[in-house]
Design a protein around this ligand. Structure first.
Ligand code: 5AD
Length: 433
């Protein structure tokens, strides 16, 4: 009987892609993936440590897995991802039923770790193993393609430079070859991934992110091209020009701002002021007027006064983000922000969070309502999760649309959909002939 593995994933798209890579390499070894950890031969937790809560969840899951190991002494348990990198050997002390701990720099080395029975793999190897032909892609329409790993920014709140290492870009031609292979495998949408994706620079030829966007956008069969996550200070004319010149590049841009106050941005070491960020938004809007901006905010960073917070609110009004994520500041081990001072009182931070979301609700509602009656090209992804009688897909600016249409439509097709209704986060409509 084939050996089986179970894998659980937290956190960002990088981690989702790492899971697809781990899964592919295990399948090549003859393992079969299962959805029940009981009875699996190998259990992998692909973890996230961006905030303290994510990290705590990992340790409580490890507590549960102790029982699984008691019931089945043969199971191997591996902890991967950012908690693995951050906690390292401490995991083996705290949860001795764990067999191995491997960080994000070792995703390509799982084979070696299993063969050698290694217990700790935490280095960031010079030569990363990256076998793109064996990625176990779960979406029939979309392929994630890593273009760079790690981060060279030093945002004072952030654990990522510790857990994902220094920036390393992949060779340009390798990325183009992977995208071409993904299209040959039936994917019509490519999403380029990197912690600061637009800081990409080919280590061989020096070509930048804008050049890469243009090259992938013009490959035959790429209906849509997305990317995640851009750093505001790395937006340049070459990137904006590529977005302007290629209509199949996403009209959705996630541009995390973190705060609307230049004082807080400086303490965060974000490398831009509020004014600079607003200018960047204006430059992009000028080139791509229909763009949908999305962002992240951190609320309650050390020293955030009511006035600073008001500046975050006024920025939301000014930019009118279509989507927004906000997180309470969470102190992370070893980060410079720990020395800036204590976080804002938790009650105040919670109250600020809800004011921020209330404001954004209103703006989001107005934006979603403005789609009513329009006919938009929607990339059909599969049956709707909410209503199996409906189909689901996304607009060019990344809104989810649930719509009535012919269920025999092949996934990956682009259909004209008339929008009839705005739901809470999504749109609803009907495909037109
Ligand atoms: N506390 C709260 N939120 C954080 N983020 C990153 N680090 C922290 C932290 N220490 C948020 C940022 C980032 C998103 C992925 O997570 O908003 O853009």
């Amino acid at each position: 009987m084939a050996k089986t593995f179970f894998i659980e994933t937290w956190g960002c798209q990088m981690n989702d892609l790492d899971t697809q890579r781990l899964s592919g390499s295990l399948k090549l070894r003859g393992y079969r993936r299962v959805e029940d950890e009981n009875g699996a031969d190998l259990i992998l937790l692909n973890t996230c440590s961006i905030r303290e809560k994510s990290e705590q969840k990992v340790f409580s899951r490890l507590g549960e897995l102790r029982e699984v190991k008691r019931a089945n002494g043969g199971v191997k348990i591996g902890v991967c991802g950012c908690v693995a990198q951050q906690e390292g050997e401490r995991i083996l002390h705290r949860a001795p039923w764990v067999d191995f701990v491997m960080g994000p720099g070792n995703v390509g080395n799982l084979d070696m770790i299993l063969d050698e029975g290694a217990r700790l793999a935490l280095e960031f190897p010079e030569h990363r193993q990256y076998d793109y032909l064996s990625i176990d892609r779960s979406s029939p329409t979309k392929a994630w393609v890593t273009i760079m790993e790690g981060c060279n920014k030093n945002c004072t709140f952030c654990i990522v430079p510790t857990t994902r290492g220094r920036e390393v870009s992949r060779p340009f031609d390798d990325i183009v070859a992977e995208s071409r292979a993904a299209v040959a495998g039936g994917r019509v949408e490519i999403e380029l991934l990197g912690q600061t994706v637009n800081a990409y620079r080919c280590p061989v030829s020096g070509r930048d992110f804008g050049a890469l966007l243009a090259a992938v956008a013009t490959l035959d069969g790429v209906a849509r091209l997305r990317f995640m996550t851009s750093h505001p200070a790395e937006v340049n004319e070459s990137m904006i020009g590529a977005m302007r010149d290629h209509a199949n590049i996403s009209r959705y841009l996630h541009l995390p701002v973190q705060s609307g106050s230049s004082k807080i941005l400086r303490r965060m070491k974000r490398l831009y002021t509020r004014e600079k960020y607003v200018q960047t938004i204006a430059r992009i809007r000028e080139a791509v007027p229909e763009i949908h901006f999305s962002t992240d905010f951190i609320v309650g960073f050390p020293g955030e006064s009511e006035e600073d917070f008001q500046e975050s609110l006024s920025l939301i009004e000014e930019v009118r983000y279509g989507s927004l994520f906000a997180f309470k500041y969470s102190p992370r081990p070893g980060t410079p922000a720990l020395r800036i001072g204590p976080p804002v009182d938790d009650e105040i931070a919670s109250e600020r969070m809800s004011r921020l979301f209330d404001l954004h609700e209103r703006i989001k509602r107005e934006l979603l309502e403005s789609y009513r009656g329009r006919v938009l090209p929607v990339l059909y992804e599969g049956p709707s999760r909410h209503d199996p009688a409906m189909l689901a897909g996304r607009t060019e600016d990344n809104y989810v649309v649930n719509f009535f249409g012919n269920p025999a439509t092949p996934v990956g097709s682009i259909l004209g959909v008339r929008i009839d209704q705005a739901q809470h986060h999504t749109l609803r409509g009907e495909a037109i002939a």
